[in-house]
Design a protein around this ligand. Structure first.
Ligand code: 5RP
Length: 263
């Protein structure tokens, strides 16, 4: 792999490259958001240019939509697509059941809608996101702006009853202003340290007036492609032994990267 990439990006590229093997011409593909998903989008753009890959893409954020168009991928809205063959997206944490925390990039609502309007969701990730128990990463919760303080108070009450190790809530800020999602909502980041019962917490949070969606993705992802800086990857499925993928075609990947760095 090119020496223009650091160790972290090599792992992200490996994950995205191997996940691309699930994509073939004719498919409708959901594109995730975040730095790992951005590598996927760039690699797909290179594959379209070099190999003529013919797919339709649906983006999970305005940022991803702009990148997809920039690299020459045809895009369609979810309304136009109706249903997708698969969605490939990153994650902030995943556990052995492939339950995810997502939303560091603020796109969790569209990401969940797109992923669940797909035959399958594949997660692209590296070792840093793999945990035994979710919660070390703050859990994003998307809330409507109207009465958000009241919603935050009720979320606090939920956390008081939940089996979590910490109960700190922060409204997400960006450049000194409240962060606003593509759908015009705020995000509350829940610092919990450890979530003992994700199903119970997700249900309780969704019952709070003003909560639009949580970053807990339960029973949505079926595979994690865990990339390593060596170029290898592991395919992880819940309750199955990992499958090692070590058939990276160096020349093919280098051609994709050369195209990406040249454009
Ligand atoms: C965006 C997300 C991202 O998928 C998640 O934050 C992972 O991003 P990265 O690949 O940059 O670590 O959920 O809302």
């Amino acid at each position: 792999m090119t020496d223009r990439l650091d160790t972290i990006d090599r792992a992200k590229v490996a994950s995205a490259y191997h996940a691309m093997s699930f994509i073939e011409s004719g498919m409708s593909v959901g594109l995730g958001t975040g730095s790992t998903a951005a590598w996927l989008v760039k690699l797909l753009g290179a594959r379209k240019h070099i190999e003529g890959l013919d797919i339709q893409c649906t983006s999970t954020s305005e940022v991803t939509e702009a990148l997809a168009l920039e690299v020459g991928l045809p895009t369609q809205s979810l309304e136009e697509a109706d249903w997708l063959d698969l969605t490939i997206d990153g994650a902030d944490e995943f556990d052995p059941l492939l339950t995810l925390i997502k939303g560091a990039g603020g796109a969790l609502l569209r990401e969940k809608i797109v992923a669940t309007a797909s035959d399958r969701m594949i997660v692209i990730s590296d070792l840093s996101k793999q945990v035994d128990v979710l919660g070390a990463f703050p859990l994003p919760v998307e809330v409507v702006r109207f009465g958000w303080q009241a919603t935050q108070g009720m979320i606090g009450d939920v956390l008081g009853e939940a089996d979590v190790a910490e109960e700190h809530i922060e409204r997400r800020m960006r450049n000194g202003e409240p962060y606003v999602t593509d759908e015009g909502h705020y995000i509350l980041d829940l610092h919990l340290k450890r979530i003992a019962d994700v199903d119970a917490l997700a249900l309780a949070l969704l019952a709070v007036p003003g909560v639009v969606e949580t970053g807990l993705f339960i029973d949505i992802a079926d595979t994690v492609v865990l990339g390593a800086s060596s170029g290898e990857a592991q395919l992880l499925r819940a309750d199955e032994a990992p499958v090692i993928v070590d058939d990276l075609d160096e020349a093919r990947l280098q051609a994709f990267l050369d195209h990406i760095f040249a454009t």
